[in-house]
Design a protein around this ligand. Structure first.
Ligand code: ZN
Length: 239
């Protein structure tokens, strides 16, 4: 199915935590959105593979996604290999999005860094016709590639006002219950690095970025280089 937007995250929940409001706004505007998770998050400190899969299914329903795929790369060991980028490029040719959203290439988690690079390289490769022909596909390169942020703040190209979908956005992240509560008595419930839980950090960042554009809640997106006023993603968010 042709999608308008394809979001690429390293672990199930990354798309929701970093770009959930943008996805909800796009879907509410009538856009067809899908997500590719690069791993199943099986190395996460909290949750099992089975309950993480169930959480992802529920979150996908609430978001209104039309596709959710998994590249099945090993969690904690994501690398930009020829095989990985060609498999991701094949998914981009299959879904033919006008815009791709993926991790920024600067982050603390190596999987996020690798996924950002993987998405950028796959985005380019998907537009090469001879490579596509080897798989019997026709080439397709999305017009826009945007990066969302996770652990490291970047000066964004623009901020999406996610105030209109904030309550749903919180509900979507709450689907990942195994990630939001302590796993056992040794787990103090605090994020290992930042000392606050996922929801609290999400609210803090969204309030900060919202404030920067005069909105209550915002999500930053970064585009490498200037953006055309005819950019498809901006057009979709204006609907
Ligand atoms: Zn992640």
């Amino acid at each position: 199915m042709k999608l308008d937007v394809l979001v690429v995250g390293a672990h199930p929940d990354d798309a929701e935590i970093s770009a959930g409001g943008t996805i909800l706004r796009l879907v509410r505007a009538g856009c067809r959105v899908g997500v590719v998770d690069v791993t199943r998050g099986e190395m996460g400190t909290r949750g099992t593979r089975a309950n993480r899969d169930a959480e992802t299914t529920r979150a996908s329903e609430l978001l209104g996604l039309l596709a959710r795929e998994n590249l099945e790369l090993p969690d904690g060991r994501v690398e930009v290999t020829t095989d990985a980028r060609e498999r991701l490029a094949a998914l981009m040719r299959k879904h033919r999005p006008d815009a791709v959203l993926a991790h920024h290439v600067e982050d603390l988690h190596p999987d996020h860094i690798a996924t950002g690079r993987l998405a950028r390289e796959a985005w380019y490769l998907a537009g090469l016709s001879r490579l596509a022909a080897e798989s019997g596909d026709s080439a397709h390169r999305a017009k826009g590639l945007y990066h969302f942020t996770s652990h490291v703040a970047h000066q964004p190209t623009f901020v999406v006002d996610v105030g209109p979908v904030w309550d749903e956005r919180v509900e979507v992240v709450r689907c990942y219950a195994s990630q939001l509560r302590p796993a056992d008595e040794d787990d103090d419930g605090e994020h290992f690095l930042f000392g606050a839980d996922i929801l609290e950090r999400m609210v803090t960042k969204a309030r900060y970025w919202g404030e920067s554009v005069g909105a209550r809640y915002g999500e930053p997106l970064l585009h490498v280089g200037p953006v055309s006023i005819d950019d498809p993603l901006i057009g979709m968010l204006r609907q």
